[in-house]
Design a protein around this ligand. Structure first.
Ligand code: SF4
Ligand code: SF4
Length: 216
């Protein structure tokens, strides 16, 4: 394209409605409500007595399609156990340069140790901040996510308690007797959370019928 052709392109654009890029909304009053199913930054949960739920089984790392979880389990010290299990998550890291927030780790976890909060507004300027360590992922003594310097927690009151995601659904290979039952275990600071969106099942049996297999 010659000089004149380029000039004509410019002229043709004049008068057309141009797209504008709006500045990022920092004001909480103007932010959209977060969808109930939003998958944000993870937390590692603790039981009501403060013990960690992670047993270092590595199932989350195995299922992660982005290979961004690194777990190393260790035997619980008998005198000062970290988790109620035989083992606990000694090292736990999530690389947020790779995570696609698919939630498969949450689905795979047998103890509901790993869940995702609704926080998605975080930006880091170096690789080490992007790789969250266990010390950063474990909830604080109130059961809330830690607020790291590079995360935007302006709506913390609304978002911080939302860490348990959707109540676990009965798996396809699970026992039908458990369908619709609230299956989350108690959490530090919250106890057993209420079911969401009509998934209450007040008539559901507390234990599976005899001979039904007993797993869910
Ligand atoms: S949300 Fe998905 S990509 Fe991210 S750590 Fe979990 S399994 Fe991996
Ligand atoms: S977070 Fe869950 S799946 Fe991952 S190592 Fe801990 S207990 Fe196992």
């Amino acid at each position: 394209m010659g000089y004149l052709g380029g000039f004509l392109v410019t002229l043709r654009q004049r008068g057309k409605k141009q797209r504008t890029t709006r500045p990022y909304v920092k004001d909480e009053g103007h932010k959209r409500d977060k969808p109930e199913r939003l998958h944000g930054r993870h937390v590692l949960n603790r039981y009501e007595d403060g013990m960690e739920k992670c047993i270092g089984c590595e199932l989350c790392a195995g299922v992660c399609p982005a290979s961004c979880i690194y777990v190393r389990g260790a035997d619980n010290p008998p005198d000062d156990p970290v988790s109620p299990g035989e083992r606990y998550g000694f090292v736990y890291e999530i690389n947020y340069l790779r995570c696609i927030h698919c939630d498969l780790c949450v689905e795979a976890c047998p103890t509901e140790a790993i869940t995702e909060s609704k926080l998605f507004e975080f930006s880091f300027t170096n690789r080490s901040d992007a790789i969250y360590t266990k010390a950063e992922l474990v909830v604080d003594d109130a059961g809330l996510p830690q607020q790291l310097p590079w995360e935007d927690w302006t709506d913390a009151e609304v978002v911080a308690p939302l860490t348990s995601a959707w109540m676990r659904a009965t798996s396809s290979s699970g026992d039908a007797a458990y369908e619709g039952r609230v299956a989350w275990s108690g959490e530090l600071g919250f106890g057993v959370r209420d079911p969401e969106q009509g998934q209450t099942a007040p008539d559901a049996p507390a234990s599976p019928p005899a001979g039904s297999g007993g797993h869910h």
